[in-house]
Ligand binder design. Structure first.
Ligand SMILES: *Cc1c(COP(=O)(O)O)cnc(C)c1O
Length: 415
């Protein structure tokens, strides 16, 4: 801790991450073996298309899909997947994206699946056609989207159905896929944070999904900038054509057949819409190494460790005056979260003041802040070492009751 780090050199405070795998504070801790693989990858040159072809084999093997591709994040995977659904292997359309004036480019998507990440879908040139209602979420009814609404919305302009995987109930992903396939339309699934369980690598493809996007920087703990797109060979061919750097001399252009049939396209495709979503050899190799380790990992043991750590944090914070804690079981893919209720009448600071003071300390401490209006914050053990967990508990206690020892450190106190 005493050695000057790269962050010290830049004058940037580090973050103790008690909020879980959040991209904006650095995602997850990359696996050491992935870092080693990246350093090794950096030593030689390699043709990126050969590397993507090898990645395709590996991703196909672990997902059960026909092909795969390493993208820059799940978000990049969604953009590339959508571009493939719009353009297929038509060189003119590929060259014109995101301009879709003359080609079908609608993506049908339930309102309840819309997230900030669907900007990636729209960035490819698609427009999203909303279906269903938001009734279930609002409590104004029990249903969100009906099978017939998919069928009703799919038409000549539709290029794909998008599905953000969460526990929605109905219709199931497999039903959605059957409806879409009845209309010859592919289904793109955003499963960015849906692994583990490892079996989910295959599950979405088994349900009939044509393209599945996973994040490489979350539980896989590969490089932050990576993602995986798994799916149909023909769609992944289009992805490769729109992603690879295409500044090649046509006379000697000879891409690997695993990626696409070069004879089926006229000349060398132009730099496509995916060219701005570059993936380097180092990231690609790092992701594949991390993926292997993720599959081999003992996930039960990891969950047990998270639970133990959550219980320990919960017990220590529970002893702090004005705090009441409980642990809430997370989805299969994430750690249990410690939910902390602040009794603002007996604390020196409000919950908002506490959480902002933690963020302003050095190192910064980030706790989960999605429930501040309920005088509640959360602590997630996924990205904490034991030592850091102790530090977080101590900082919370100090910021809560430190008014008596206030040294004018700029920490806001409640009047
Ligand atoms: C994290 C996340 C993404 C983005 O993943 P990146 O790998 O960071 O691009 C997209 N969709 C959902 C639902 C996510 O949780």
């Amino acid at each position: 801790m005493c050695d000057e780090t790269v962050y010290d050199e830049l004058g940037v405070p580090t973050v103790v991450n008690a909020a879980g795998t959040k991209t904006r504070i650095g995602g997850s801790r990359i696996r050491a073996e992935a870092m080693e693989a990246m350093a090794e990858a950096a030593e030689s040159f390699v043709r990126l298309s050969d590397l993507q072809a090898a990645a395709s084999d590996r991703i196909a093997a672990v997902t059960g899909a026909e092909a795969g591709y390493v993208t820059n994040g799940a978000s990049g995977a969604l953009l590339l997947g959508t571009a493939a659904c719009i353009a297929g292997t038509d060189p003119g359309t590929m060259a014109r994206l995101p301009d879709t004036e003359d080609v079908p480019s609608e993506v049908v998507m339930p309102r309840t699946h819309r997230t900030g990440y669907d900007h990636a879908i729209r960035s490819a040139g698609a427009s999203i056609v909303d279906i269903g209602t938001n009734d279930r979420h609002l409590g104004t009814g029990a249903r969100d989207v009906e099978p017939w609404e998919y069928a009703d919305a799919i038409g000549d302009e539709t290029v794909a159905v998008a599905h953000v995987y969460k526990d929605y109930g109905s219709p199931t992903l497999s039903e959605v896929c059957s409806i879409a396939h009845d209309h010859d339309v592919p289904v793109i699934v955003d499963a960015a944070a849906e692994i583990p369980p490892v079996s989910n690598l295959e599950w979405f493809t088994e349900q009939g999904a044509d393209l599945v996007a996973f994040s490489g920087g979350k539980a896989i703990r590969g490089p932050q900038t990576t993602g995986i797109l798994a799916g149909r060979q023909d769609l992944l061919e289009s992805v490769a054509m729109q992603h690879l750097d295409m500044h090649a001399a046509p006379e000697v252009w000879d891409p690997p057949a695993r990626l696409f049939d070069a004879d089926a396209v006229e000349g060398v495709p132009e730099q496509g819409i995916g060219r701005s979503l570059k993936v380097g050899k180092e990231e690609l190799v790092g992701l594949l190494r991390a993926l292997d380790l993720f599959i081999e990992e003992d996930h039960e043991a990891k969950r047990a460790r998270w639970r133990e750590q959550a219980d320990r944090i919960s017990a220590s914070l529970g002893e702090v005056e004005a705090l009441a804690t409980r642990t809430a079981e997370g989805a299969k893919s994430v750690a249990p979260t410690v939910v902390v209720d602040v009794d603002e009448d007996s604390a020196d600071v409000s919950t908002v003041e506490l959480v902002s003071a933690l963020r302003q300390s050095e190192p910064r401490v980030f706790v989960g802040a999605d429930q501040l209006p309920d005088q509640r914050f959360t602590v997630n053990p996924m990205c904490l070492t034991d030592e850091e967990a102790d530090y977080v508990v101590a900082q919370i206690a100090e910021q809560l009751h430190g008014a008596g020892t206030d040294t004018g450190d700029g920490v806001p106190r409640r009047a």
